[in-house]
Ligand binder design. Structure first.
Ligand code: GLA
Length: 420
């Protein structure tokens, strides 16, 4: 197939800092450098993990609430499980910029100021994330960054921001790729490593151009805490877990270290059943998705905590290869998803989408694994693998025998396959 390459080199204010973006149309983008500045490369070799205020609190955030959340982030074991970023979403600003055009943290919500809050987050060994938007206003109507990219980036750097989530509301006819590249340049010009999280909902196929611009890019619209039913919100539709899952196979080939497809933040602990939360979390891990919790950590139940902090499941998400799972089979609502892992290991997830329990009888000898895009195979007639039931925390035999189990509705069984 003929491919057209557009090679764009944008040089920032400082000579050292540049972004080289190689755009490939009709095929997977080439891995590109985030920056010539060594400090600002490799910010997300594995999918970033964190917490974000939006899914539970929307704009109802303030310093007191968030300090409590930071404390619970640590005491609940989230930090020790690998979550690192603490991100304020929309709603942290005053409605207007100050007389110098500078953004202001809402003094009622943040009486100590944003620098002090960022210091508090850092004092707990966490990284601090913040939100704004490429348009004139954010989605909730606060001042957007359009036309203020460099001054906003400098302000964030002065506060010690480590991540910027950059949304796409009120952008009129802005060109998405150019708008995100402009902000990436502004962030890099600060000299501070700031992970760049693009949030244009997949409208302009960021998987084709965001590699080298930012580390993660939303590939779909907003999630809602429902396993299989979308929620109509008037002018837009919030997507169920399964709707989002179904959009992933088509873009899995673009996923990889420092350029992660983002299927949106987690809704674990926000109202679905335990099985559904477990299935949702497992699929995000299988897809090598960023793991951004969005629940009220202060009220986290023990079952929710057991999902979000399961180190063996997280290890599958954080596997260094960074290859997203492919859908291997689908029959009557029962699917198998397969993720190649480092050292020749594999994760295999049986996902029961249906409303009834389903029996699995999986004959490994008749089902070799073959990731044709990433060129990895496992032939169980040639090699035997040990099976581990990851959620069950037990051995599950080897690939010499047929694997049998029953899976409740809306649940998963997750196996780790290791060579004997
Ligand atoms: C958009 C984003 C959400 C959230 C809100 C904030 O809808 O996709 O993740 O940031 O805006 O207003």
């Amino acid at each position: 197939m003929k491919s057209i390459y557009n090679h764009i080199t944008l040089t920032g204010l400082i000579g050292l800092l540049s972004i080289n973006v190689v755009l490939a149309q009709n095929e997977a983008p080439v891995q590109t450098q985030r920056s010539a500045n060594a400090k600002i490369t490799n910010l997300a070799p594995t999918p970033p993990m964190g917490w974000n205020s939006w899914n539970t609190f929307q704009t109802r955030i303030d310093e007191k609430l968030l300090r409590d959340m930071v404390d619970t982030y640590v005491s609940s074991g989230m930090r020790d499980a690998g979550y690192k970023y603490f991100t304020l979403d929309d709603g942290w600003m005053s409605m207007d910029r100050d007389q110098n055009g500078q953004l202001v943290a809402d003094p009622k919500k943040f009486p100590s100021g944003m620098k002090a809050f960022a210091d508090y987050v850092h004092s707990k060994g966490l990284k601090f994330g913040i939100y704004n938007c490429a348009g004139d206003k954010t989605c909730a109507g606060y001042p957007g960054t359009r036309g203020h990219e460099y001054e906003d980036a400098r302000l964030y750097a002065s506060w010690g921001v480590d991540l910027l989530k950059y949304d796409w509301c009120n952008t009129d006819s802005l060109n998405a790729r150019e708008a995100y590249i402009t902000m990436a340049r502004a962030l890099q010009a600060t000299g501070r490593p700031i992970l760049f999280s693009l949030c244009e909902w997949g409208n302009h196929q960021p998987w084709l151009w965001a590699n080298g611009v930012g580390e993660i890019y939303r590939a779909t619209g907003d999630i809602t805490a429902n396993f299989d039913k979308d929620k109509h919100m008037g002018t837009w539709t919030a997507l169920s877990v399964l709707t989002i899952v179904d959009k992933q196979p088509a873009i899995r080939q673009y996923n990889g270290p420092n350029h992660w497809n983002d299927p949106d933040m987690l809704e674990v602990g926000n109202g679905m059943s335990f099985a559904e939360d477990k299935a949702h979390f497992t699929m995000w891990c299988m897809l090598s998705a960023p793991l951004v919790a969005g629940n009220d950590l202060r009220k986290m139940s023990a079952p929710t905590q057991s999902i979000l902090t399961n180190k063996d499941v997280i290890a599958i998400n954080q596997d260094a290869l960074g290859i997203a799972a492919y859908r291997n089979s689908s029959e009557n609502g029962l699917e198998t998803w397969v993720k190649p892992l480092s050292n020749g290991s594999w994760a295999v997830c049986f996902l029961n989408r249906s409303d009834n329990a389903q029996n699995v009888a999986y004959n490994w000898a008749k089902n070799p694994l073959n990731d044709s895009f990433f060129k990895r195979t496992a032939d169980f007639n040639a090699e035997v693998y040990r099976l581990r039931d990851v959620w069950g925390k037990t051995g599950a035999g080897t690939t010499k025998s047929v694997f049998t189990t029953a899976i409740p509705a809306h649940d998963v069984v997750l196996l780790l396959l290791k060579r004997r």
